[in-house]
Design a protein around this ligand. Sequence first.
Ligand SMILES: NC(=O)c1ccc[n+]([C@@H]2O[C@H](COP(=O)([O-])OP(=O)(O)OC[C@H]3O[C@@H](n4cnc5c(N)ncnc54)[C@H](O)[C@@H]3O)[C@@H](O)[C@H]2O)c1
Ligand SMILES: O=c1ccn([C@@H]2O[C@H](COP(=O)(O)OP(=O)(O)O[C@H]3O[C@H](CO)[C@@H](O)[C@H](O)[C@H]3O)[C@@H](O)[C@H]2O)c(=O)[nH]1
Length: 463
Amino acid sequence: MKIKNICCIGAGYVGGPTMAVIAQKCPEINVTVVDINEKRIAAWNDENVENIPIYEPGLSKVVEEARDRNLFFSTDVDKAIDQADMIFISVNTPTKTYGMGKGMAADLKFIELCARQIARVSTSDKIVIEKSTLPVRTAEALKNILENTGNGVSFQILSNPEFLAEGTAVEDLMQPDRVLIGGDIDTEKGKEAVQALVDVYAHWVPKEQILTTNVWSSELSKLTANAFLAQRVSSINAMSELCEKTGADVNEVAKAVGMDSRIGPKFLKSSVGFGGSCFQKDILNLVYIAKSFGLNEVADYWEQVITMNDHQKKRFALNIVRTLFNTVSGKKIALLGWAFKKDTNDTRESAAIYVSDYLLNEQADIVIYDPKVTEEQIYADLNYLGTRSEEENIARVTVLSNPYEVCENAHAIAVLTEWDEFKDYDWQRIYDGMLKPAFLFDGRQLLNRKKKEDIGFEFYAIG
Ligand SMILES: NC(=O)c1ccc[n+]([C@@H]2O[C@H](COP(=O)([O-])OP(=O)(O)OC[C@H]3O[C@@H](n4cnc5c(N)ncnc54)[C@H](O)[C@@H]3O)[C@@H](O)[C@H]2O)c1
Ligand SMILES: O=c1ccn([C@@H]2O[C@H](COP(=O)(O)OP(=O)(O)O[C@H]3O[C@H](CO)[C@@H](O)[C@H](O)[C@H]3O)[C@@H](O)[C@H]2O)c(=O)[nH]1
């Protein structure tokens, strides 16, 4: 089966970059990315390609090459669905904030809406692909909706979870460790659909790296991968606290442990805690699924990864309070970084949000600089927590676009995102402008302790 038209529902951090790369690598396939968010689509279509809504190194170049050639962004969801042979569903699946499974389960309402829309609009056979991260067995529900409410056309459902990490999305998409495709491999039609998607990726991904499985394994592998990755971060963060008590150095421990080829060196960087839209959401979802099968030990095991992460964020903030003579009330604390990691403008679940919240509870005055995050986003993140009124957040929090100004007259600086530029600042100038003692808290193992101590900083790093 030769695919001519692809539609992707959801022009977010996954849909946008993933489809841009597919379009660039498959010039003979038309790729249309649709979204109900008009502002987002307008930004993807902005004449100045640097204004696309997602900041990812290398992405604007890929978009520039393919856009209006075979890559299109549109709000006309019905039309794109109807014209497509293959539809990726790449909408958000956040943690539920209401009702059954509140705070744990994935909210599948956007997925269901997509399925109903596909069923209503389609007049020809389609391959429907789960690109969003979904609870295991979601394909069953999708199939039920599509087959019972559709116009009698045939749908094949595949699971094709995305493993890209933000900040390196383009690189990860161009050279993925693997592409995972789950399908109904027991039927001819199912096999054909899997092959059609394999053929798309085979334009640039070596065949050995395209893994096909049954649908349930594919769905569950995505949750498993994120749980394992987050677990490594929580494991090293747990050790960081022990290092601080014992004089061991967490970087040295990570290196020594990571040189064991069975463990490996990656993803062992101790930090103020993992953030991002995926790890917490996906582990909570996994815990919820385990509990729903009565697997309480399995659920408790994975829940500890989140407990440890919450502890890490909290103890970082409390350490600032304790070190500043047990009070930060009315003190200016400068925060460098708001994004959940470097090279992205995404702030979802960023540790910076929670560290700020703790400090604001202690009545600190917070001044923030991030190279890619807007002031509007920072206030939105704090207001979303609902800990205090919007007016109070505005009164206590200032966002500036000059890092030196942010640090001017501060009692302390906390580095919360590992942006490269922070390393190259004129730290003597920053020190000179601060109140003394000048405290510097490195939540990212980013700065050189010796050099900062030589300048005169009271330096605290995790681990
Ligand atoms: N962000 C990541 O790095 C990442 C990586 C791998 C997997 N995932 C998974 O991919 C999925 C999408 O994540 P994201 O970060 O791209 O989310 P996102 O919020 O950035 O984008 C989702 C988009 O879907 C749109 N949308 C929602 N319902 C719609 C509908 N009915 N019709 C049209 N558009 C609709 C929203 O307006 C939004 O723009 C999630 O399930 C996530 O877990 C994310
Ligand atoms: O050694 C490490 C590695 C990561 N982090 C933190 O962990 C979070 C997540 O980082 P990362 O995994 O690099 O970014 P994400 O974009 O959240 O990507 C994860 O989540 C995606 C969404 O499901 C998956 O597709 C990716 O494979 C998976 O890495 C960030 O706050 C990092 O700062 C650490 O603290 N230490």
